[in-house]
Design a binder for this molecule. Structure first.
Ligand code: GLU
Length: 484
């Protein structure tokens, strides 16, 4: 049996967007599942669209995502080079071979001439298709003009009649009438191949057995299949993956500010959570109830049969949920390490006990970048309304709260040690002595020192984190507010 070989073939036009990451992931999973090889190929023949640094970013994102490729530009392999511009010499002879058999022809039409004909077609209300003008040039004459240095492109000679088709593993038989197809450029005037040609030649030369890519290529693949036939090559198995949608109306797109993989990592999403979430965008495991998968578990479970034909919707809330679940499952030391830079953003320089804070925050963290806002009250007491002292369940109101704070203030000031237990014992003893309910003491203190109705941790934890001086200062502010 031939070894399965799959490839991820991004164009270096910017960050790895999430649709691209999903294609890469499925391509990787399938290769691993089949015990095959996973290849990274950089498709940079459209030099105008290339963004400097994008190639390095692709390597980086692939590594961060754990999608380790067996062959690729930065790791080598037997089928290199793996960057198309480094293969530039290799395509022309193949195009020449097609010219010889009549499956392609050189075209000398200038940009201006083409534009004039395009405008005329538009004026007639027709869609412009190349009119095979140069197909009719005598072969010897064409050869002479090519050798004379006259600029030319090479076009695919699509038959005028009949159909072109291919079999897709997901979409089945896909067929288009040839008269709807254009004679696309295969080799541009600068000698570089277009995507239309390079993808065919490279997939063949790199012995790719399965091509997985977005459905945007579904309609042009019949035309690529004509090229395979013209060469007498066996076409790979095609798996076109449905688009990832932001919502019912539009595709996920960087242009609309949708995040890239790198953006999500920078915002403090856990990469394993992103991968898990992305895997389920358009693929469903056999055990349809199961939601949590590590990368090796995905390899184990992945099957082409689970792929969906309908567009997948990128549900951000679901990603946040996955992320919070992954954070909860993180071991505490890893959480503390990951959370520390985010604590620093709000609390840097205050010398706060991050370990204790992390214990309080671990189960409440959905995304790391939400931490600074959540803990900012520890650095600066927020403005708050005294209404929050009134709490039905705690049986508190403004008068009881004032009483509690007036009692707590001197008692806490008198403590020589401000450990959590000491603070707790002190407040509990006060409440008991005054025949107050615990909540009637704890709630007012919590509100006074946090300015919030909802906090990570209660009065004693927060008092410990803030320290004695700051706790007392905040209680004084509370007393003043309540005295109105
Ligand atoms: N370079 C193409 C892209 O980035 C890849 C298409 C393919 O995988 O054949 O969309």
């Amino acid at each position: 049996m031939t070894q399965v070989r799959t490839r991820f073939a991004p164009s270096p036009t910017g960050y790895l967007h999430l649709g691209g990451l999903r294609t890469a992931l499925y391509t990787y999973l399938f290769a691993r599942k089949m015990g095959g090889r996973f290849i990274l190929r950089i498709e940079d023949t459209d030099q105008e669209r290339e963004v400097p640094g994008a190639v390095e970013l692709i390597y980086q994102s692939m590594h961060e995502a754990g999608l380790i490729y067996d062959e690729g530009p930065d790791v080598g392999g037997d089928f290199g080079p793996y960057i198309q511009t480094q293969r530039r010499e290799l395509y022309l002879p193949y195009a020449m071979q097609l010219i010889d058999t009549g499956a392609a022809y050189p075209c000398f039409c200038t940009k201006e001439a083409l534009q004039t004909r395009r405008d005329a077609a538009t004026a007639r209300g027709e869609q412009f298709k190349y009119d095979k003008h140069c197909l009719h040039i005598d072969k010897a004459e064409a050869k002479r003009r090519m050798q004379s240095g006259e600029p030319y492109v090479i076009r695919q000679n699509v038959p005028l009649t009949g159909t072109a088709s291919f079999e897709d593993a997901l979409f089945g038989h896909v067929e288009v009438p040839c008269d709807t197809l254009d004679d696309n450029v295969l080799i541009k005037a600068d000698g570089l191949p277009t995507y239309n040609f390079a993808n065919v030649v490279d997939d063949h030369l790199m012995a790719i057995t399965h091509v997985m890519r977005g459905t945007e290529y579904l309609s042009s693949t019949p035309k690529y299949n004509l090229l395979y036939q013209a060469f007498g090559w066996e076409a790979p198995t095609y798996v076109h993956l449905p688009v990832v949608m932001k919502d019912a109306t539009r595709k996920l797109s960087k242009r609309y500010g949708d995040p890239s993989f790198e953006d999500l990592l920078a915002q403090g999403y856990v990469k394993e959570a992103i991968i898990n979430f992305i895997a389920l965008l358009g693929w469903c495991p056999k055990d349809a109830e199961r939601e949590f998968f590590t990368l090796p578990e995905l390899v184990e479970a992945f099957e082409l049969e689970g792929l969906s034909k309908s567009p997948a919707i990128f549900n951000m809330d679901k990603l946040v949920w996955f992320n919070s679940e992954y954070i909860k499952r993180m071991d505490f030391e890893a959480y503390l390490k990951a959370a520390t830079p985010w604590f620093d953003k709000a609390l840097g320089g205050l010398g706060m006990d991050y370990r204790r804070l992390a214990e309080l925050m671990h189960s409440r963290t959905e995304v790391f970048d939400r931490i600074p806002v959540m803990v900012a009250f520890l650095a600066v007491l927020p403005e708050y309304d005294i209404d929050i002292y009134t709490h039905k369940k705690m049986k508190t109101d403004a008068a009881i709260s004032l009483q509690a704070l007036m009692l707590a203030r001197p008692a806490l000031a008198g403590l020589s040690d401000f450990a959590e237990e000491t603070v707790k014992d002190c407040l509990m003893a006060l409440a008991q002595a005054q025949e107050m309910k615990t909540g009637q003491m704890m709630w007012p203190v919590r509100v006074a020192i946090s300015g919030l109705a909802s906090t990570p941790g209660g009065a004693t934890e927060l008092a410990y984190l803030l320290g004695q001086a700051e706790t007392l200062r905040r209680i004084d502010i509370g007393i003043q507010k309540l005295q109105g």
